[in-house]
Design a binder for this molecule. Structure first.
Ligand SMILES: [Zn+2]
Length: 111
């Protein structure tokens, strides 16, 4: 399923959500304030780097990424990994390089 980006009209919170094709015109309510007054962003996940996004949204967003799509997972970590503390996220430079490559549609680590 495609990942769409949304922005809340009420609190400006940006978030992503996996939405099936048939539901793509339905807007998921804001996970922060619950407002239904949101709009879909044209931009892709890769350009969204909102500092306003709370860490509490991190795990929620991660579960919305399809693990079968390495590119989506890589994009997520590329965009959000910098906010992971050293204690729970110890990516090496090589690892980050690999993430960037996969996020751009390159081969995965298994290939
Ligand atoms: Zn909101």
């Amino acid at each position: 399923m495609p990942v769409y980006e949304y922005q809340c009209e009420s609190c400006d919170h940006r978030y992503s959500a996996l939405v099936s094709i048939k539901d793509s015109e339905e807007l998921p309510q804001c996970p922060r304030c619950g407002a239904e007054d949101v709009h879909k962003l044209v931009s892709s996940v890769s350009v969204v780097r909102s500092e306003a996004q709370k860490d509490g949204d991190r795990s929620k967003s991660l579960t919305q990424i399809d693990p079968k799509k390495p590119q989506e997972v890589a994009k997520y970590f590329r965009d959000h990994g910098s906010r992971f503390g050293e204690d729970d996220f110890r990516g090496t430079k090589e690892w980050h390089d690999a993430v960037d490559r996969v996020a751009e549609g390159g081969p995965t680590l298994d290939e």
